[in-house]
Design a protein around this ligand. Structure first.
Ligand SMILES: *Cc1c(COP(=O)(O)O)cnc(C)c1O
Length: 414
């Protein structure tokens, strides 16, 4: 029996809620800007999800790195439910406690001083970009407005963030793009140094390029960027939308290099799947965004913020992120062993840190992803040839083994 047909009787006949009917309805009414496979997910628990036909999947992509504590984590569910029963929303014209508590938690945890809440990663980056422009105006250097970001980066889909994104495929058709963005090769400190000019205001960087294929910069890159920014009076903006909230085994990716950025963006795992994002910045910079200069109606919504508070409390428990490091190291090591067992070149590279792991193949990954799904494993593509694993942190070693053996079976047959 399907999950949907178990729900209360409604006007729609059961045939209308069958998977096929739902998929047809989706094709009729949803904007066709995504390419979803023809099944419908209905339920999730931990690292598992079930579709409307009752089929079970091991979910090692977790809502694209959002459901860090797994589906329906009891503490997060309880926090959101309690908030639903007390206060849903008041906008940012008024204070609400979940948002205040979350600001305290995130500033303590990140070492930054000020929190602005929004609803997504793109909005958090947009806030960093607007902060940069305002700070440069306030410093009396309005000619500095240009942001250097990196080839293969991903920063979001708004016009400004898609322009910061260093991938032409996301920009094509949306020209003219906003002014003030330039791109250089990722990990190449010399290229950055050469790109800095009188108009440069900031450098925007991901600690690991997630969407770009789980690409890592050489160790010392972020520290080098920090020094360069200090030398030239530039802001160092770190996009932690994917790498933040413990994903790499430290609270934020920049912490692997012992630096302090001027501002960071967070989103994906912050609400464990509820939409919430944040821009965190240093005290002196935050002072530039005075009342009225920036805002978001839904930003820091009490229900999303209550869920996020529960998430951060769990992530900050002693030993929790050490487990993320251990499981991540296990996944990396096992994927590398698999690389050695398969015909040479089938797996080109295994990259990652913590529970963000990319497995680059010698071919396009889209058909492989479909086969994995057929075998009950959900992962996704990061770039054309890289499979991305971003499992929930509560995944067990057994579940990782289960996912790897499905991967081995499918890759061996390819
Ligand atoms: C996902 C992502 C974004 C965009 O986040 P949205 O919530 O989709 O707007 C920005 N930067 C990075 C590094 C991301 O991984």
């Amino acid at each position: 029996m399907t999950a949907l047909s178990q729900s209360e009787p409604s006007l729609s006949a059961s045939s209308e809620s069958s998977t096929d009917a739902l998929v047809q309805k989706a094709k009729r009414h949803l904007l066709q800007n995504y390419k979803q496979p023809p099944f419908v997910l209905a339920r999730g628990q931990g690292a598992r999800v079930w579709d409307t036909d009752g089929r079970e999947y091991l979910d090692l992509i977790g809502g694209i790195a959002t459901c860090a504590l797994g589906h329906c984590h009891p503490d997060v569910v309880a926090a959101a439910k309690a908030q639903l029963d007390s206060l849903w929303h008041v906008s940012n014209v008024f204070y609400s406690q979940p948002q205040i508590d979350l600001a305290e938690q995130l500033t303590e945890w990140s070492g930054l001083s000020r929190a602005f809440f929004c609803n997504s990663g793109a909005e958090a980056n947009e806030a960093l970009l607007k902060l940069t422009r305002k700070v440069m105006k306030d410093r009396g250097t309005p000619e500095r407005f240009e942001v250097i970001s990196f080839d293969s980066s991903f920063h979001g889909r708004t016009l400004a963030t898609v322009t910061a994104t260093g991938q032409a495929k996301y920009q094509k058709g949306f020209e003219p793009l906003p002014a003030g963005f330039t791109h250089v090769p990722y990990g190449d400190l010399e290229a950055v140094r050469k790109a800095v000019g009188p108009a440069t205001a900031a450098i925007l960087v991901e600690p690991i390029q997630g969407e770009g294929g789980v690409r890592m910069a050489p160790l010392g890159f972020l520290a080098g960027l920090r020094a360069l920014c200090d030398e030239h009076g530039l802001l160092l903006l770190v996009d932690e939308v994917q790498t933040g909230m413990g994903r790499t085994g430290k609270p934020f990716g920049f912490m692997h290099e012992g630096i302090v950025p001027d501002g960071i963006s967070v989103a994906k795992a912050l609400g464990n799947g509820l939409p919430i994002g944040a821009m965190l910045c240093k005290e002196a910079l935050g002072a530039s965004l005075t009342p009225g200069t920036h805002g978001s109606t839904f930003g820091g919504n009490p229900v999303a913020a209550a869920a996020a508070n529960a998430v951060v409390r769990i992530l900050r428990r002693p030993g929790f992120l050490e487990e993320v490091q251990e499981k991540g190291a296990y996944l990396l090591a096992r994927a590398r062993e698999l690389q050695g067992r398969l015909p040479a070149g089938r797996i080109q590279a295994v990259r990652g840190q913590g529970l963000l792991v990319g497995v680059e193949l010698d071919r396009e990954v889209a058909p492989v992803i479909a086969q994995l799904r057929g075998e009950g494993l959900l992962v996704n593509a990061a770039g054309d040839r890289t499979l991305r694993f971003a499992p929930p942190f509560i995944v067990t070693v057994r579940e990782l083994d289960e996912g790897l053996s499905i991967l081995e079976r499918v890759l061996a047959a390819n």
